[in-house]
Design a protein around this ligand. Structure first.
Ligand SMILES: NC(=O)C1=CN([C@@H]2O[C@H](COP(=O)(O)OP(=O)(O)OC[C@H]3O[C@@H](n4cnc5c(N)ncnc54)[C@H](OP(=O)(O)O)[C@@H]3O)[C@@H](O)[C@H]2O)C=CC1
Ligand SMILES: CC(C)CCC[C@@H](C)[C@H]1CC[C@H]2C3=C(CC[C@]12C)[C@@]1(C)CCC(=O)C[C@@H]1CC3
Length: 339
């Protein structure tokens, strides 16, 4: 079996598609398994299906040595049952299917948020404990998912696993960060800075995240330290959350937020709105922009050390932050003010 045959589960998504494109450039033969087919690419075979369906997965894993698992429901969803089904039960199914298909390596896209509880993290390393009180269902199930994948690593069985923990992925075609930011600005709600605006955060350019995944796949061997480990992959350039948001907004022609609001006040309001939305859910579906998770992310320090990835797999982010911001802004002409 060729070591360059792989399947990308979630390959139609934002990160997954960038990963597929890079893998093809590097001479890999790529299958995509996703609930939807979003594009066509020469040399890529698409398999449409739900990752909870083992029989469908087995077809996409035939004769494949590496599996990248980067599928997840959108983090903004509040559907607890969906997160449980896809991130936990579905990941168990992925592991079983890998065993049955004779896959040798599984690379999971986890998240640095698995250790985030809504309070400051400065230069956090991978040995921080998992969040005891995860801030939402997404984080809760990403923790369980990561544990399942790392525990499945077995040199004896010839099945090696590793988890990549990116943070705040951004770049061309991202359906979340820039579109949500612009939508909020267009509705006149991006006037306020939550807290004093000095909190440092990691935002990671999508190509750097892809680079981390490919390095992990290529360095994952029975005698390597990567087996069963998690790795932070960031731009390694923490930036003030509000400077980053302002640069994107100004680049697209919108005004940067100027007025400060106390963090605890905004967090309290977000919590209240979330509770109201929960109570009213049987009658009406409300989706507040400022969720407790977003407020916590916008008002605290959360940046992570990638020393382990540098040491074990020679990781260095290929695209620096300023270059990444320019490329991102240029990739959204349709979101420019007045477009
Ligand atoms: N974006 C970020 O800032 C960060 C993301 N991550 C992780 O990176 C990974 C990729 O994220 P991102 O690219 O942003 O997400 P996307 O939503 O863009 O991509 C995920 C893909 O998986 C698909 N999918 C969802 N459920 C299933 C299923 N049951 N079976 C098959 N395919 C399914 C989605 O389809 P559909 O769109 O139809 O649901 C989508 O095509 C995720 O695991 C996420 O947790 C980690 C840290 C930060
Ligand atoms: C309305 C504004 C206060 C915020 C707009 C930007 C946000 C949409 C994004 C800022 C940080 C982002 C982020 C994620 C999603 C988009 C943001 C909240 C994640 C939750 C995506 C999934 C993860 O694993 C962690 C990410 C952390 C940062």
């Amino acid at each position: 079996m060729s070591s360059k045959r792989c399947t990308v589960i979630g390959g139609s998504g934002f990160l997954g598609r960038h990963l597929v494109e890079r893998l093809v450039d590097r001479g890999y033969t790529v299958n995509v398994f996703d609930i939807r087919q979003a594009y066509e690419l020469p040399g890529v075979t698409f398999h449409q299906g739900d990752l909870c369906d083992k029989q469908a997965l087995l077809v996409a894993l035939k004769d494949v040595s590496i599996v990248f698992h980067c599928a997840s429901p959108a983090p903004g969803s509040d559907d607890r049952a969906l997160f449980q089904r896809v991130n936990i039960d579905g990941t168990q199914t992925v592991i079983q299917a890998c065993h049955e298909a004779g896959v040798q390596k599984l690379i999971l896209t986890s998240s640095a948020s698995v250790v985030f509880e809504g309070t400051d993290i400065k230069n956090g390393r991978e040995d921080l404990p998992y969040a005891k009180k995860p801030i939402d269902y997404y984080t809760e199930t990403k923790i369980q998912q990561e544990k399942l994948v790392l525990e499945a690593c077995s040199k004896e069985k010839g099945f090696l696993t590793v988890a990549i923990r990116p943070h705040g992925i951004f770049g061309p075609r991202d359906p979340q960060l820039v579109p949500i930011l612009v939508d909020t600005a267009r509705r006149g709600k991006m006037k306020f800075i939550i807290g004093d605006g000095s909190n440092l955060v990691d935002f990671t350019y999508v190509e750097n995240v892809v680079h981390g995944h490919i390095l992990a796949a290529e360095h994952l061997k029975a005698d390597s330290p990567l087996c069963g480990q998690a790795y932070h992959i960031t731009n390694d350039e923490p930036v003030r959350f509000w400077d980053f948001m302002s640069q994107i907004l100004v680049g697209l022609g919108y005004s940067a937020p100027r007025y400060h609001l106390p963090y605890t006040l905004v967090y309290g309001i977000a919590l209240l709105l979330w509770l109201i939305a929960l109570v009213l859910r049987p009658l009406i579906r409300i989706k507040p922009t400022f969720t407790p998770m977003r407020v916590a992310l916008a008002g605290t320090h959360h940046y992570y050390s990638c020393t382990r990835a540098k040491k074990d797999m020679g990781y260095q982010p290929p695209v620096p932050l300023q270059e990444a911001i320019v490329r991102t802004v240029e990739s959204y002409p349709h979101l420019q003010k007045g477009a």
